[in-house]
Design a protein around this ligand. Structure first.
Ligand code: HMN
Length: 288
């Protein structure tokens, strides 16, 4: 079964602390209204790379408490500090998360051997299913098919959260590794990834268009490719507008309009201006 998974936002108070009640509301909204199959916690969308370990740990606890066993839970625990990543991974294992995920170590332009040793240590010390998180546009780290081969051979590595636009490479990877899972991370290309063999999608915009994303997978499974593409084009009208002023800010703004307590952004992210909010109001009639 192909899965649509929401990359979960974190609502903050204006002082930067986590808005627990809002976080619980967002978790429920995704499960009960968007009917997504899972939550990806602690990723870019959760503003996780701006947070300290205690805050991340607290978010993992709250989300598990609220979601229970309703949907699959993936914890993104990747951090440049391997000890922190291991501690968070062990914590999420204890909490009962299904899978861990870790971004490729970034900033220092690590060699492939260094990246590989990072995953070897992380998986060895956590002993949990591990979804690699590749997002070359943010990390600068492009992984070749040959190098994927080596990473996917590491024990516990189950697949990739593939936030890369190279859909051809995804198709090749799936052909070479039918037993591994590949989730696309580019929401505006979900259709293209679905027809190329992706096992599902992980994205921020499914807070608002999760049902549409699931429908695209349904149409592709039934062989209705033209219908699936039509749905993607409709979905992209929403996505284009969401990314115009900042995707996370805009999703939070729209959720507030839907009476979900989505809180504020974490500094140095800024909030939408009044003028941008007015423009973002055009998203509402496009939603179901
Ligand atoms: C995450 O870690 O939260 C993700 O990378 C989620 C996801 O892949 C999103 N990527 C980023 O925000 C960088 C997409 O959903 C993205 O927001 C969407 O395609 C709009 O550009």
């Amino acid at each position: 079964m192909k899965k649509v998974i929401t990359a979960l936002l974190t609502p903050f108070f204006q002082d930067g602390t986590v808005h627990e009640e809002g976080l619980r509301e967002i978790v429920r909204y995704n499960i009960d209204e968007m009917k997504v199959d899972g939550l990806y916690v602690g990723g870019s969308t959760g503003e996780s790379f701006l947070l300290d370990e205690g805050t991340k740990s607290n978010i993992f606890r709250i989300v598990k408490e609220e979601a229970g066993n309703d949907v699959m839970l993936i914890a993104q625990i990747g951090s440049l500090n391997i000890d922190e990543a291991v501690r968070l991974g062990r914590k999420c294992k204890e909490l009962g998360y299904d899978t861990l995920s870790a971004i490729t170590p970034y900033y220092y332009k690590f060699s492939f051997e260094e990246i590989k040793s990072y995953y070897e240590r992380l998986t060895k010390e956590t002993e949990m299913p591990m979804l690699l998180y590749s997002i070359p546009a943010f990390t600068g780290s492009q992984i070749s098919i040959n190098n994927y081969e080596k990473l996917l051979a590491i024990p516990h590595v189950i697949g990739v959260k593939y936030s890369d636009t190279d859909v051809v490479k995804l198709g090749q990877l799936k052909e070479l590794h039918p037993d591994k899972v590949f989730y696309s991370g580019c929401d505006d290309m979900l259709f293209e990834f679905a027809v190329s063999g992706a096992d599902g999608a992980i994205g921020s915009t499914y807070h608002l268009i999760g049902q549409e994303a699931k429908q695209i997978y349904g149409e592709v499974a039934r062989g209705n490719v033209a219908e699936a593409q039509k749905l993607q084009l409709q979905m992209n009208k929403v996505i284009d507008k969401l990314v115009e002023f900042g995707v996370y800010q805009t999703i939070k703004y729209v959720l507030k309009k839907l009476n979900i307590n989505s809180g504020y952004m974490r500094f140095p992210f800024r909030e939408l201006t009044e003028e941008e909010k007015k423009s973002a109001d055009s998203i509402l009639p496009l939603l179901r």
